[in-house]
Design a protein around this ligand. Structure first.
Ligand code: FE2
Length: 306
């Protein structure tokens, strides 16, 4: 008796066995037997056979799993949404345009995933899969077009510690960057000098850091491409919650990329990229007797050993 014709196995177990089986040339035949066995018909049988054929030559188990799921969900999405050919072609044009707009200074494809919340979700999944106890990650960055308010100055300080032991990490490097009050990062604003509102800071023996920065201001993501079109279509705003970007590096530790958000910002609960996590929100409190800053904020970064 073939392993694919054991009648006492449940349909689900048998299906998983076929899709999880190491690559071999008889997989489509086995799949057909399975279809016959569970009396699949029509689209279900077609989808199952198609999945079996697509992953037939794939030996890597992770790739088999991902591709099988992709095909299954793609078909389910098209069926459930009753996607027509003109709609499909329009969607392909959106993706193509996003790719064409992507260059060294702007990632429109990433922006599209951001406004649908995918990147924030993947951050969460990665954290669970990697059992990450470090500071929560957030976006690497985005391009912007124009901004608004005049920003106040702030004194930002805190520690960088080992996520497991809480031990201060000396010699850690904190790369910081933020947008100007006009909403522009320096590389996108010819009126700002090179490296404006950017800096690299290192912790001392005590693992502490401190720096002066601008209290961050909100700004809109670029809305002249497919991501902006999608937001308009959904009647959603393009504004980012006010934030400062950080990249943390330390010998023996994983690089950490994250953002800190201002609790009092208007968009802190309504970020167009869904990037705000509660543990990344900080309080900018009034600071007395400092001619260089009207506010201060404190944050402890936790890094994972590499
Ligand atoms: Fe940003």
């Amino acid at each position: 008796m073939s392993e694919y014709s054991v009648p006492q196995e449940s349909a689900r177990v048998l299906r998983d066995k076929i899709l999880g089986h190491p690559c071999h040339k008889d997989l489509p035949i086995a799949a057909q037997k399975y279809v016959d066995f569970v009396k699949f018909s029509g689209q279900d049988a077609q989808l199952f056979l198609m999945s079996a054929v697509i992953i037939e030559g794939v030996a890597d188990p992770r790739l088999r799993e991902v591709i099988s799921n992709l095909v299954r969900h793609l078909h389910a999405f098209c069926r459930e949404s009753r996607v027509t050919r003109p709609e499909f072609q329009a969607a392909l044009k959106v993706l193509a345009r996003a790719g064409q707009m992507t260059d060294d200074t702007r990632d429109e494809v990433l922006l599209l995933t951001d406004v649908l919340g995918s990147e924030a979700l993947i951050d969460d999944i990665t954290r669970v899969v990697e059992r990450d106890t470090a500071t929560v990650t957030a976006h690497m960055g985005d391009s912007i077009v124009h901004g608004f308010d005049e920003a106040a100055h702030a004194y930002l300080h805190g520690s960088i510690v080992d996520s497991e032991t809480g031990k201060p990490i000396s010699g850690a490097e904190l790369d910081v960057w933020e947008a100007a009050p006009n909403g522009l990062y320096e590389q996108q604003d010819p009126d700002q000098p090179d490296m404006s509102l950017r800096g690299i800071f290192r912790t001392g023996e005590d693992g502490k850091y401190s720096l002066y920065c601008l209290r961050p201001t909100t700004y809109p993501i670029p809305d002249d491409g497919p991501a902006g079109d999608l937001l308009k279509l959904l009647d959603r705003h393009p504004m980012r919650a006010a934030h400062i970007h950080f990249m943390l590096k330390a010998p023996g530790y994983k690089t950490l990329v994250t953002e800190l958000f201002d609790r009092e910002d208007k968009y802190v609960n309504n970020d167009s990229m869904f990037a705000v996590k509660p543990s990344l929100i900080v309080d900018f409190v009034p600071r007395a007797d400092d001619p260089k800053a009207q506010y201060t904020a404190q944050f402890t970064f936790r890094a994972n050993e590499s």
